[in-house]
Design a binder for this molecule. Structure first.
Ligand SMILES: Nc1ncnc2c1ncn2[C@@H]1O[C@H](COP(=O)(O)OP(=O)(O)O)[C@@H](O)[C@H]1O
Ligand SMILES: [Mg+2]
Length: 202
């Protein structure tokens, strides 16, 4: 008799489904969505008075963040990218990213700035933190690539109910939305998710 899939198998199947779905988007669709995202950020006021914003380099069919990064550079917003923490296993640090940043390719094949302690921004000093995600649901639950890096990094913030910053905003294509996702105790849900067409607030 066939056995019920475990929650781990179910989450991995969902990851595969949603990753395939976004990888099938054409270059034209990706370019259109990336521009729509910039407009969405401007129109929604998500950056209102933001000075320091963390984002990530696009990988695996994710929304192309480079036009948004260029837009922030042009508007005098300091941009930060995640790098793997050198001694706090599974956590992220956020390093300033400029046109002059020395970059390297990490173990996931993603570009990241070279670790330089002088360029680190503490989490609480960021105004906005954009997170990648593989799928999200109607309650703001987030399924990532399976590394748990953002869950670990955001766990300390999650306990401070009155915190003002950073505003944590998931970025996703509209096709990454689903009705309901299976969650685990350590998953940190998102209050905000932005797609090229909509800013969700949960
Ligand atoms: N706050 C945390 N402390 C310790 N381990 C964690 C924490 N958050 C997540 N993890 C671990 O990270 C792994 C991946 O988390 P998961 O939520 O499945 O990935 P993702 O969020 O990338 O989809 C899990 O095995 C989980 O135990
Ligand atoms: Mg998680």
């Amino acid at each position: 008799m066939a056995q019920e899939p475990t929650q781990i198998q179910l989450r991995n199947t969902l990851r595969q489904t949603f990753r395939e779905r976004r990888r099938r988007l054409t270059n034209e669709e990706q370019a259109h969505f990336a521009q729509a995202l910039v407009k969405q950020c401007e129109d929604s006021g998500v950056f209102a008075s933001a000075k320091r914003v963390a984002i990530y380099k696009t990988n695996d069919g994710e929304l192309d963040t480079q036009p948004l990064i260029n837009h922030m550079w042009e508007n005098g917003i300091s941009v930060y990218l995640p790098v793997l923490h050198p001694f706090s296993d599974g956590h992220l640090l956020f390093i300033e990213y400029t046109q002059d940043s020395a970059m390297m390719v990490n173990g996931f094949g993603i570009q990241e700035p070279r670790l330089n302690c002088q360029h680190v921004c503490p989490l609480a000093a960021l105004d906005v933190l954009f997170t990648p995600l593989v799928a999200f649901d109607g309650a703001g639950n987030r399924l990532g690539m399976g590394g748990g890096f953002y869950d670990r990094t955001l766990a300390s913030l999650h306990d401070c109910i009155d915190r003002a910053s950073p505003k944590v905003v998931g970025l996703a294509h509209d096709i990454q939305k689903t009705l309901s996702l299976p969650t685990e105790a350590w998953d940190i849900p998102l209050k905000w998710i932005m797609t090229p067409t909509k800013l969700y607030h949960f």
